[in-house]
Design a binder for this molecule. Structure first.
Ligand SMILES: [Zn+2]
Length: 410
């Protein structure tokens, strides 16, 4: 009998910013840091980055890739995004644009397009939010969620998005950097803080319906924001979202201990009944973790998600698997999602051993990644492994030797 049958997690997503993708080596315009940045690479690199990433997802059972900055004039607009979607579809990997509702540029992140939020608000300044933190910012302007014209425009945008692109889902956000404080909005709630569960519940259902009408089978993913999943009262209103909408809760390393100790099946049962995924900032650029080993924490996270009866994990996927530490992180999520009852030792023996030339060498590799201080003996042991490595193991040990030289300053 397959012991994984009842526990396998259904969803595993990569979350990405277009500008932070580095899946194509040796090109100009690479950025390793920031969010909501301009895009500096050539349009063809945008396409190649995502094709390379989709190849990895297809080979490792990732469900889909979430793309923020999906549409920009400067990286090929509609045609480039269509090509990526088609490629993803061919590989059975869902391409999922990340879009802002009245925020984060709308559906068309950057450009003179009718479904770009800044373009829309330039034409209709009366529809802007009141008291927004970044007035006039090309990417971060906010539309008032109470205005019916904005709601219609968002619906039209979603219809166009679903009809124009072979997308596999939409990652919806209502914005987490400020709320409209016009009289009408304030009459509905206090509107303190940076985001509003009431906005999510009020704005998303018609958009999800529009998306499903236009593209049946689409996955709606609803961002529920940051380090708050244990506050089950806060999320109660989200029960009103359409059935089958995926609720996505974000956590980072600071919140992980609480999540691991306090999340239980009973606690999870107090959350809305929709499918739930944890989006983690662990292993991302934030807090200097973009190229850090977090695979063991990923394993703990995935096990807890499964134990609590939740449905999947979303992680940052901007760095290619040729950065071996990221490869290990990605494989950890994929394999523990497949078999959450597996132990770390089993993962090392089954998955990592063939990648590094045997179980002893796989353990050695992890040990080296976990070291704060690198000795000459460490470096020599990696160089010995490199000399004896074969096939793709050679590339992985080459990465390690380079890493150890850099880290030790030798
Ligand atoms: Zn308003």
């Amino acid at each position: 009998m397959d012991k994984t049958k009842d526990t396998k997690l259904k969803y595993r997503f990569f979350w990405t910013w277009d500008h932070s993708m580095v899946w194509t080596p040796l090109v100009d315009g690479i950025q390793e840091y920031g969010c909501s940045n301009p895009y500096y690479k050539k349009p063809e690199v945008f396409i190649q980055d995502y094709k390379n990433c989709i190849d990895f997802c297809a080979a490792n059972n990732y469900t889909g890739v979430i793309i923020y900055g999906f549409l920009r004039d400067c990286h090929g607009g509609t045609g480039a995004a269509q090509e990526i979607c088609k490629y993803g579809r061919g590989k059975n990997v869902r391409v999922i644009p990340g879009i802002g509702v009245n925020s984060y540029g709308g559906v068309y992140w950057e450009g003179k397009h009718e479904f770009n939020l800044s373009t829309w608000l330039d034409r209709h300044p009366e529809l802007e939010a009141v008291g927004q933190p970044y007035p006039g910012h090309p990417y971060l302007r906010i539309g008032c969620p109470s205005k019916k014209e904005n709601r219609k425009w968002m619906k039209d945008s979603i219809r166009w998005l679903c009809e124009t692109f072979e997308i596999g889902g939409i990652n919806f956000e209502t914005g987490d950097y400020g709320l409209c404080k016009c009289e009408e909005c304030l009459s509905k709630s206090k509107r303190t803080g940076f985001w509003s569960p009431e906005d999510i519940v009020e704005l998303l259902p018609p958009l999800i319906k529009e998306a499903r009408d236009a593209r049946p089978g689409i996955l709606p993913i609803c961002e529920c924001y940051f380090n708050n999943i244990l506050d089950t009262e806060l999320h109660k209103p989200l029960q009103a979202l359409p059935e089958g909408s995926i609720l996505q809760f974000c956590i980072d390393h600071v919140y992980l201990p609480q999540f691991l100790s306090k999340m239980t099946p009973e606690k999870a049962a107090k959350l809305p009944t929709h499918p739930k995924v944890i989006r983690t900032h662990m292993g991302s650029q934030w807090n200097n973790e973009r190229r850090r080993l977090v695979a063991k924490d990923f394993a703990k996270l995935v096990k807890k998600v499964a134990e609590a009866g939740m449905d999947g994990v979303t992680l940052f996927g901007e760095v290619p698997q040729t950065s071996t530490v990221n490869e290990i992180n990605y494989l950890s999520v994929a394999d523990f999602c497949d078999d959450p009852k597996m132990t770390w030792e089993e993962f090392t023996a089954k998955k990592l051993s063939p990648l590094f030339g045997g179980e002893g060498l796989a353990k050695k590799y992890i040990e080296l990644l976990e070291k704060d201080k690198i000795s000459t003996a460490d470096l020599e042991s990696a160089k010995k492994a490199l000399r004896e490595a074969k096939g793709q193991s050679y590339r992985r040990w080459l990465w390690m030797v380079e890493y150890l030289y850099t880290k030790s300053g030798q």
